[in-house]
Design a protein around this ligand. Structure first.
Ligand code: FDA
Length: 308
């Protein structure tokens, strides 16, 4: 039921910061099935995965997993890696863009550090005709993330977009403020543990806000990414875009690697643009824990791996 899932979700997200849980999962996670959600520990391992998805008609984005970097040299190194990955994507002829997290690029060290790093990646992406999506992290990071997005747009970069979360009360206001920029936005429900002071707690409320925001975005944004595995939302969006004559070049569906692959292919067959977010890297711990929190069955999947 909805309330059992809510308790489960909060429990997993709270356990994520527990030292013992972290040690155990980091040690056994790959063996236990993290590989279902992660394309490999290196970009070399991810390339054939991305190619296979492209061959099935699916667009992809990739992410070097990691977040909360507090060392300036390391944060700069992440930006260097993304520039190399952009060159590799071009050389391999992949239909793949990049989604990144600003705390991976040093946001916790200061807004200007993250801005300089992401600007370098966005500028490099522009030279190879690629696109950068800035993921949205915890509610405490929303102001800085949107500020950096605005600075990049003010610099004249159009090959950049960001993400809004339907679970936050503030998002409807944030969206209206962004619309004059004709932004390229991804809409998600929100994957972080947030309090009732800032976020809807009930799934029904998050879903209702999601539908409202999706319609506003589809009407007004230059491009909208509907990122969800929720079939009721997907059906609603299909119906809405048909009724309002919103062309399939103005939006796409996005899902995560390893989640609902059949639904991904079904939508491609129906003529929709579908992108599969396909991360790689050895820092998969937080990513895996958010995926486990989303669905009790995923924890069972991992625990079954333990029994093998
Ligand atoms: P919901 O959780 O209601 O699930 C609907 C149905 O989808 C479930 O009944 C199940 O069938 C299936 N499903 C959902 N999650 C599953 C899982 N983990 N395993 C198996 N089945 C599952 N969040 C964020 O805060 N910032 C961000 O930048 C992003 N970026 C992002 C990109 C993309 C491409 C996606 C798809 C998602 C994100 N998210 C995110 C995560 C997002 O906020 C949300 O946590 C997940 O998408 C799960 O929510 P759903 O919309 O799928 O709905």
């Amino acid at each position: 039921s909805a309330s059992v899932n809510l308790v489960f979700r909060k429990g997993i997200l709270m356990a994520t910061s527990n030292r013992w849980v972290s040690r155990f999962v980091r040690r056994y996670g790959m063996r236990l099935g993290a590989g279902r959600f992660v394309a490999g520990e290196t970009f070399d391992e991810a390339v054939p995965v991305l190619r296979r998805l492209n061959e099935q008609g699916l667009r992809t984005n990739t992410t070097l997993l990691g977040e909360g970097v507090r060392d300036e040299t390391m944060a700069r190194g992440v930006a260097d890696t993304y520039c190399d990955v952009l060159d590799r994507i071009a050389a391999e002829g992949l239909q793949t863009n990049i989604a990144l997290k600003l705390t991976h690029l040093g946001l916790d060290l200061g807004e200007d550090i993250a801005y300089e790093n992401v600007k370098r990646v966005v500028a490099h992406a522009a030279t190879v005709g690629n696109f950068i999506r800035i993921d949205m992290e915890e509610s405490a990071r929303v102001d800085a993330t949107l500020a950096i997005y605005r600075r990049l747009r003010a610099d004249g970069f159009d090959n950049v977009g960001t993400v809004l979360q339907a679970m936050l009360y503030r998002t409807a206001r944030d969206l209206e403020d962004l619309l004059p920029l004709k932004p390229n936005l991804r809409l998600v429900k929100g994957a972080y543990l947030e309090s009732a002071d800032v976020a809807y707690q009930k799934k029904s409320e998050v879903d209702r806000n999601y539908l409202y925001l999706a319609e506003r975005m589809l009407d007004e944004c230059s491009f909208t990414a509907i990122a969800t595995h929720d079939e009721r939302i997907i059906a609603h969006v299909i119906d809405y875009t048909k009724r309002h004559g919103i062309g399939s070049d103005r939006f796409e569906f996005q899902m995560l690697y390893g989640i609902r692959p059949q639904l991904q292919r079904d939508l491609v067959r129906q003529g929709y643009r579908v992108l599969v977010a396909t991360p790689y890297g050895s820092e998969w711990y937080f990513y895996l824990m958010r995926r486990l929190a989303e669905r009790p069955a995923n924890l069972l999947f991992v625990l079954r791996g333990l029994a093998r």
